[in-house]
Design a protein around this ligand. Structure first.
Ligand SMILES: [Zn+2]
Length: 163
């Protein structure tokens, strides 16, 4: 990230900031649900055989839907952010804004690739029945990547001051 990325400000219309805020809330809700799939999500070194078979089946059954939701919820959010950024760029094109948007889009692509890889890994590992670890890793990685992303890029989004 170069210095201009830190200084850039993108002023959002009220409807745009509402959309982004709602999607961020949706993401946080998704993360809370993901964190709570495993009853022992806050405990370390848990083995799934400590749970009954019904519970294990439920954790296993939920994995594909959480994976799909992750890609869907984040993908849709990134798509909306990109649409907004590109429309701002068409209104006031500057070299700094252009650079910022280019880097922000690249960062989205990188995260989505990372999530694809994560999902594939989770499905490969699920036969080991180490579901506790899978959910924990998924939650931690997604939270980390999205938090860094927000602090690095989404920080440029400002709500249009009321005139
Ligand atoms: Zn973004």
């Amino acid at each position: 990230m170069n210095s201009s990325t830190k200084e850039i400000a993108i002023y959002l219309e009220h409807s745009e900031s509402t959309l982004i805020e709602n999607e961020h809330k949706r993401l946080r809700k998704f993360l809370t649900q993901l964190q709570n799939v495993c009853l022992k999500s806050n405990t370390n070194n848990v083995l799934c055989n400590e749970c009954d078979s019904g519970r294990i089946a439920s954790c296993l059954g939920l994995l594909p839907s959480y994976s799909l939701d992750l890609i869907h919820v984040v993908g849709e959010h990134f798509h909306h952010e990109e649409k907004i950024m590109l429309s701002k760029l068409s209104q006031h094109n500057s070299l700094e804004l252009h650079d910022y948007v280019k880097n922000h889009l690249k960062a989205h692509e990188k995260i989505m690739k990372g999530f694809d890889k994560l999902v594939k890994n989770c499905h490969q590992k699920k036969d080991d029945l180490n579901l506790h670890q899978i959910y924990k890793e998924m939650y931690e990685l997604v939270t980390k990547l999205l938090t860094i992303h927000e602090q690095t890029f989404d920080i440029a989004f400002r709500t249009q001051p009321l005139s």
